[in-house]
Ligand binder design. Structure first.
Ligand SMILES: [Cu+2]
Length: 182
């Protein structure tokens, strides 16, 4: 007869009050360890993605042909380097797009040949440090057509730059017209 290990003896003593035998207890422990691991991985995976240049709507809705505003959140620098300029390209489908006046930044609009507009904010004082954020506001007349709209955004830093384009391009979903004025 094989001698039982001190561990299983202790385990048997511990589980005496429970109907669950040692094997199923080990299974329970293993299962919850896996769940914790998966949850941990999910959390880890979530954090970097949420922290890129994204459109904030402050509860507002983008309505086809309507008036409204959006804010481009710049939540960190370029690998730690502070941000000194932000450029948002607004497609020609927007009948109007005006940059928000923000203290410490000088804004301008460059109209391009294809009808799109580049809204550019240049820091006039200290650049935006990596551990702070700014929401760059744009007052708009939304496109007449519903659907997802891309707003390519370039973040120029003291060292380097980041282009939020392609898979990481900030977008906003234009929904049905609301029939409201401006
Ligand atoms: Cu990021």
């Amino acid at each position: 007869m094989t001698a039982r290990s001190p561990f299983s003896a202790r385990l048997r003593a511990f589980t005496k009050g429970f109907t669950m035998n040692a094997r199923s207890l080990r299974r329970v422990i293993a299962a919850s360890a896996c769940t914790a691991l998966i949850a941990g991985a999910g959390l880890l995976a979530a954090s970097p993605a949420s922290a890129h240049a994204t459109v904030q709507m402050y509860g507002g809705k983008a309505t086809a042909g309507g008036y409204g505003a959006l804010w481009m959140r710049i939540p960190h620098g370029c690998d730690g380097s502070p941000t000194k300029r932000v450029t948002i390209t607004v497609p020609a489908s927007f009948e109007s797009a005006k940059p928000q006046m923000i203290g410490g930044w000088k804004a301008k609009v460059v109209k391009r040949a294809d009808g799109s507009r580049q809204l550019i904010w240049n820091a006039t004082g200290d650049p935006l440090p990596d551990d702070q954020f700014v929401d760059f506001g744009v007052s708009v007349k939304w496109p007449a057509a519903e659907g997802k709209v891309e707003l390519p955004t370039v973040q120029h830093c003291v060292k380097g730059k980041v282009a939020w384009i392609g898979d990481e391009v900030p977008t906003v979903e234009v929904g049905p017209a609301s029939g409201g004025g401006h």
